[in-house]
Design a protein around this ligand. Structure first.
Ligand SMILES: C[S@@+](CC[C@H](N)C(=O)[O-])C[C@H]1O[C@@H](n2cnc3c(N)ncnc32)[C@H](O)[C@@H]1O
Length: 161
């Protein structure tokens, strides 16, 4: 695992919270940042109902029902975003601005300035706003390139400023 020590994780554009559920199962504390009023998928709700009251309390996933542009991401250890649509560029920019670890899997092109890109050019553009970013591929269906970066050390951060 790339970010084993991350405790508080912002799951930007987290949709129904499936990714957050799995992150929590791994012992992290995810918060879903998602403006739509969506609930955990039924199969997860059923799974949670089978648990004891104490376990259920531990598996409560917090949500912030606002667009990521309106959320302060600085308290988080890690920003993740799976197919985050309009939230893609703001999530990457906020992670860079606050010097946070991040792992973002872009899908559709939603550049903030409305520019059109091919899929590869979109990845290149996002990489250009996050120096030192790495690229890996996940074994999932659909768009599966993950752009990820560990926060800069204090000396790297001051050299970048
Ligand atoms: C393709 S869905 C992906 C949902 C989830 N991450 C998944 O993989 O199942 C894109 C999500 O981005 C959310 N979204 C769009 N703009 C957003 C924004 N500005 N801030 C946060 N989430 C946003 C949408 O509401 C939608 O749920």
């Amino acid at each position: 695992m790339t970010f084993p020590t991350a405790m508080r994780i912002a799951d930007v554009a987290g949709g129904h919270g499936e990714l957050a559920y799995w992150l929590q199962e791994l012992g992290h504390v995810p918060v879903v940042i998602e403006p739509r009023d969506v609930r955990l998928p039924r199969w997860i709700q059923r799974d949670l109902r089978k648990r004891s009251v104490r376990e259920r309390r531990l598996t409560t996933i917090d949500r912030i029902a606002r667009p990521v542009q309106e959320v302060d991401l600085s308290p988080f250890d890690l920003v993740v975003a799976l197919h985050p649509d309009e939230a893609t560029e703001p999530a990457v920019r906020a992670a860079v601005r606050h010097n946070l670890d991040f792992a973002v899997v872009p899908c559709c092109v939603f550049a903030e300035d409305g520019a059109k890109y091919t899929s590869q050019a979109w990845l290149d553009y996002l990489a250009s706003i996050a120096p030192r970013v790495s690229t890996s591929h996940l074994s999932i269906s659909g768009a599966n390139t993950v752009l990820w970066r560990r926060r800069c050390s204090p000396s790297q951060a001051s050299a970048a400023n």
